[in-house]
Write a protein that binds this ligand. Sequence first.
Ligand SMILES: Cc1ncc(COP(=O)(O)O)c(C=O)c1O
Length: 468
Amino acid sequence: MNQNLPKFLLDKNLIPNVEINPDLNFLGTETAFGFGAEVIAVENSKKFPQIYKFHVGDTGPTTPEPIINTAIQALKDKQTKYGHYLGYLQVRQNIANYWSETRGVKIKPENILLEPAGKSVIEMALQTLITPDDKIIVPDPSYPVYESLAEFYHHGQILHWQAYKDPEKQNLKFRIEDLEKLFEKNQNIKLLIINTPQNPTGMMLDREILEQVAELVKKYKFFVLFDDIYDQITFGGRKHFSFLSIPGMLDYTVNLNGFSKNYAMTGWRLGFIVAPAWLIEIFGRMAINKWSNVNKVQQIVAGAIYGDVDLDGHHYPSIKDKVQKIINQDFVEYEKKGGFVSEALNLLKPYAVCNEAEGAFYLFPCFQKILDLPYVKNELKIKNDVELRNWFLHEKGVAVLAGSDFGQMGRKHIRFSYAEDREKHIIPGIKHILKTILELIKKSNITPPFEVDEVDNKVGELIKKYFD
Ligand SMILES: Cc1ncc(COP(=O)(O)O)c(C=O)c1O
């Protein structure tokens, strides 16, 4: 019997009756899902009238109607059999046209593969590109699935591009000099994973830093898994800059993208990869082995979002303009909520220090000084961000994620998602959080930045500023 069982089986007291792959010990998880189940359990226990949800990386809005209608039509047309393993040519052509237009580089259908959501490409890139001598760079903090799968397949081969933490401002920043050092000190780096706009921080990598990364690609010849799944969700006039827009970089890029976030289609599981044609050829063969094809209805939807689709004698008109109009409104709402949450948390300075919302729908405030409060440390005996997250859920009915679930550099941070409904979760939830933290400060015998009974007025001013 294999004694070395992964902790997630042991925790559930599930013991297999055969030897299993010991590498499962290295497989992590995405806490948003595991902790999400805990949130539902507390919600169902009815301990609190309501759980304020800031933990989910899911979209607040639901899928735009024209997308739903196209899918319904495709189902009525009985488009229910196997589809093309790469994605129908016209569908990939439509995506390629859009990508060429928005990235300013010629993308062809042979550079595209449809996949069941953006996530699938992480595993395929790790399975195809990495040899036992190769190293992979994962940003820290970052979306936990990169680290989890890289550890599972290639433990011992992972390096971290750690965000720099400014000791004064307490905010995080990815600096090129820290990345350069990794290349100077290590051989055989094959893959760098980057993500912008970023989960968990909500920060963006600007053109300059991506161009510097491209210089490193030219010098050291490695691949970039470029995850821009939140590419359209950007704020304050910022424009997303694609790594593919840098001349020559298509040859070195595996671009993860999809419909989950921009189009509010998380539950559909629909994504696509943009990569050099030879890699798409390999990924296509893997797709045949893994899932055969993305379901046919979804293929039609994916195509119609960018142009007309004609399939098996049926015509599906482009819904591009209608959909874009709808999602642009979603982005405006995200921007308002992001500004509101960031500024509201910063009212608690120096106890909470929050970054500016640049994109996606996340913020990553530093709660170090809250963890250092005597009452928190000595009375509540909360030692770290994970315990603080648990306390918030079980004692205060607030669901957030712990920063350290996203990497070492996330320690003492809390990840806030502000995707949820403004009236039901964001506004009342923020008031509740501010009051809770002010009480923690008071119970530590420290004068708070303002009084609990000032919260409603202060938040009221921010509501006027962001939502009126
Ligand atoms: C940075 C990042 N990449 C990829 C994904 C996966 O998205 P999908 O739903 O397309 O699998 C997520 C989802 O949360 C994400 O935050």
